[in-house]
Design a binder for this molecule. Structure first.
Ligand code: ZN
Ligand code: ZN
Length: 351
């Protein structure tokens, strides 16, 4: 089979790999949809000749097949996999981490927090889903409800699931106003989910097209930080001078992060979900003296992923429009070149 490999320096290639076969406790998935996530850009943009693992500071453990939003059907099961864990033909998503499987975090579905250190991040340190087949432990599978498309399952497997996880960590309620910084795939998902849960959403992005889409996905107030020199003031203006109850940064911009903390009201909560970079805060004024809670949120557990999927299915919430571009694997170069501009919606490879 062929799989997409990032070579660093915004270069990639479609490389030949042997078809995988499942070992004990493992399954092989036939991938139907493999999403493109903002964090893939970090590997795509790594220095020339540097693999994704080197870009993460994990040493060169490549070349691995990219793609950490896997969704498809079970094609083969290995020895020791029970019917309850996986059966051939089952529609599934994959939680794209492997841990020891027995520590407290693994046992509660947070394999990325494994006490022994995460053993594998699929699509980064292990082969991911930008290929026809993918091998993984049966315990990393999450059922895909019939009502959801494969592409929806791909989105839930990182971007949308990450937005869901962050809103859960924030304790979002329907009476809340939330400011969401960055309307890329994660921020836009957060906008859609928060609006569907009854909250009032203030969406921020420097791209007019992304703001327009945020409106379609349920944002009530749109703010382009390029159009104002006082973003926090603009948020206070539309919240009776108090500020938002909650704020979420999905942009990773140091400036936006500081604004996310400053725009919440006294007793408010802010959450950082965008990866990388930094932030500078005035601890006393921005946090302590306003009783602000600041949260970091990294993706979701297997349980949270299943819960997000069930919520979308039961409430008939259509997340397929998050995707603006569908690609075949042999179009990967063009797909990532366009995604790299960060002006579009989400892309997905359909197999
Ligand atoms: Zn991701
Ligand atoms: Zn563990």
């Amino acid at each position: 089979m062929k799989g997409v490999v990032f070579l660093g320096g915004r270069d990639l290639e479609l490389r030949e790999f042997p078809d995988p076969s499942p070992g004990p406790g493992e399954v092989v998935l036939e991938i139907k949809a493999s999403g493109m996530c903002g964090s893939d850009l970090k590997f795509y943009r790594a220095p020339k000749g540097q693999s994704a693992t080197a870009a993460l500071g994990l040493g060169d453990r490549g070349p691995n097949i990219a793609g950490h939003e896997p969704c498809g059907v079970v094609a083969a099961v290995g020895p020791g996999v029970t019917e309850k864990q996986a059966r051939v033909g089952q529609r599934v998503m994959q939680h794209h981490y492997r841990g020891c499987g027995v520590c407290d975090h693994c046992a509660t579905g947070w394999m990325q927090l494994c006490q022994d250190g995460v053993a594998e991040i699929y699509g980064v340190t292990g082969h991911g889903a930008h290929a026809r087949y993918m091998k993984c432990p049966a315990r990393t599978l999450v059922p895909l409800p019939d009502a959801l498309s494969f592409r929806a399952g791909a989105a839930i497997s990182c971007g949308t699931g990450t937005a869901w996880g962050a809103l859960q960590r924030l304790g979002l309620q329907g009476n809340h106003t939330i400011a969401i910084f960055g309307q890329g795939p994660v921020g836009l998902s957060a906008t859609q989910l928060a609006a569907s849960l009854g909250a009032r959403v203030i969406a921020l992005d420097t791209g007019p097209e992304r703001l327009r889409r945020a409106k379609e996905f349920g944002a009530e107030v749109l703010i382009n930080p390029k159009d104002t020199n006082d973003v926090v003031g603009a948020i206070r203006d539309v919240t009776g001078g108090r500020g938002a109850h909650l704020a979420l940064d999905a942009s990773s911009s140091p400036q936006a992060r500081a604004q996310a903390v400053r725009c919440v009201r006294t007793w408010g909560k802010a959450c950082f979900v965008g990866e990388g970079d930094s932030v500078t805060l005035d601890v006393s004024n921005d946090l302590l003296r306003r009783q602000v809670t600041l949260i970091g949120s990294w993706t979701f557990s297997t349980v949270g992923q299943a819960e997000c999927a069930r919520y979308l299915a039961e409430r008939r919430i259509d997340i397929d429009p998050l995707f603006t571009h569908e690609w075949r694997l042999d179009q990967a170069e063009e797909a990532y070149r366009l995604f790299d501009t960060q002006t579009t919606g989400k892309g997905v490879f359909l197999m």
